[in-house]
Design a protein around this ligand. Structure first.
Ligand code: HEM
Length: 328
């Protein structure tokens, strides 16, 4: 073997020892020595909250997504604004995050910290990741092992949210680009979009599709006509801005593959949902997962695990927040 080639191999091996940008420093059982019972403690709180209100499920799931896409999965979305800082949660894109998601994390953190061995050992970011895993399972979705070891972020600004969350009017290229920016593939994006099998949307997020779509047609032609009638009756033109409707009208409280079946029937609530079926590039995945719940579940677990690795903080880039809503 030539010296050059040898040197190249040695260099390559040496580089592999160092974490590459975007490498997640996460592992299962990360707290085995510091807080071995953490997953049970969180699950108990989440289950109790779930019994009080189903909203816990969509609220936690969406909170995790919005956390990870802005400055990585570092619980920066949970931080409250102060007199001199408007935090992520007060950006317009986050104002519709349901309070029960925040409440779940705060309560789980209190339960973890009530165990003296665990006090100030578990990050809010990891508690949110565990709670997300739990709400998916509680609503009938797949159970999966959750990777842990995230630190909590040191900054949270409303300005950092701008342009980093997908909008309901997005087309496939815009969706794919935004997920790609976070290291997620188009397939991951299609799998994660199935989170819209749960939860609620305010009428304003899709009103244009049912009242003022274009000059040619007041209604989006990709929408199912009887679904349009239903939507118009639930969301009249003049509507209380607080009214929110189920995003999956068929099985709104079950984490299942009904989302994809709805798309096949023109019942995707947002343009960003329906486009997954109308665009020939994403349609095959929609059809596949509509037909195979198990294939969908595998794809979702893989995608949400990758979502949990986005922008993870380690070392001096983060810490363990004592109060999830306040920087230490
Ligand atoms: C693909 C692009 C996405 C867009 C454009 C989008 C947009 C939206 C919008 C506009 C709402 C309604 C908010 C409201 O009116 O209150 C919503 C709700 C929701 N989204 Fe997404 N979303 C996307 C992806 C995701 C992903 C990847 C997840 C999680 C993995 C997710 C989870 C949820 C959940 C659970 C709700 C219901 C929230 C509740 O009931 O409180 N979304 N989304």
């Amino acid at each position: 073997m030539g010296n050059h080639r040898m040197a190249l191999i040695v260099l390559t091996l040496a580089l592999c020892q160092f974490p590459q940008p975007g490498d997640a420093q996460l592992q299962q059982n990360y707290y085995a020595n510091t807080c071995p019972n953490v997953e049970n403690i969180v699950r108990e709180v989440v289950t109790k909250k779930f019994k009080q209100t189903f909203v816990t499920v969509p609220a936690v799931l969406r909170l995790f997504f919005h956390d990870c896409f802005v400055n990585g999965c570092d619980a920066s979305v949970i931080v409250a604004s102060t007199a001199d800082n408007t935090a992520e949660k007060d950006h317009p894109d986050n104002l519709s995050l349901a309070g029960d998601g925040f409440d779940t994390v705060i309560k789980a953190k209190a339960a973890v910290d009530a165990v003296s061995q665990c006090r100030n050992k578990v990050s809010c970011a990891d508690i949110l990741a565990i709670a997300t895993r739990d709400v998916v399972a509680l609503s009938g979705g797949p159970s999966y092992e959750v990777e842990l070891g995230r630190l909590d972020g040191l900054s949270s600004t409303a300005a950092s949210v701008t342009g980093n969350l997908p909008q309901p009017e997005f087309n496939l290229d815009q969706l794919t680009a935004m997920f790609g920016k976070n290291g997620l593939s188009q397939e991951d994006m299609i799998a994660l979009s199935a989170a819209h099998t749960l939860g609620f949307s305010h009428c304003g997020k899709f009103a244009k599709r049912i009242y003022s779509f274009s000059q040619q047609s007041s209604v989006d032609p990709t929408l199912n006509q009887s679904y349009v009638v239903q939507l118009q009756s639930m969301c009249p033109k003049v509507v209380d801005s607080r009214i929110a409707i189920d995003m999956d009208p068929i099985t709104p409280r079950t984490f299942d593959n009904q989302y994809y079946k709805n798309l096949q029937h023109g019942m995707g609530l947002f343009t960003s949902d329906q486009v997954l079926f109308t665009d020939p590039r994403s349609k095959p995945a929609v059809n596949f997962w509509a037909a195979s719940p198990s294939a969908f579940q595998r794809a979702f677990v893989s995608a949400i695990t990758k979502l949990g690795r986005v922008g993870v903080k380690t070392g001096s880039d983060g810490n363990i927040r004592q109060d999830c809503a306040i920087f230490n």
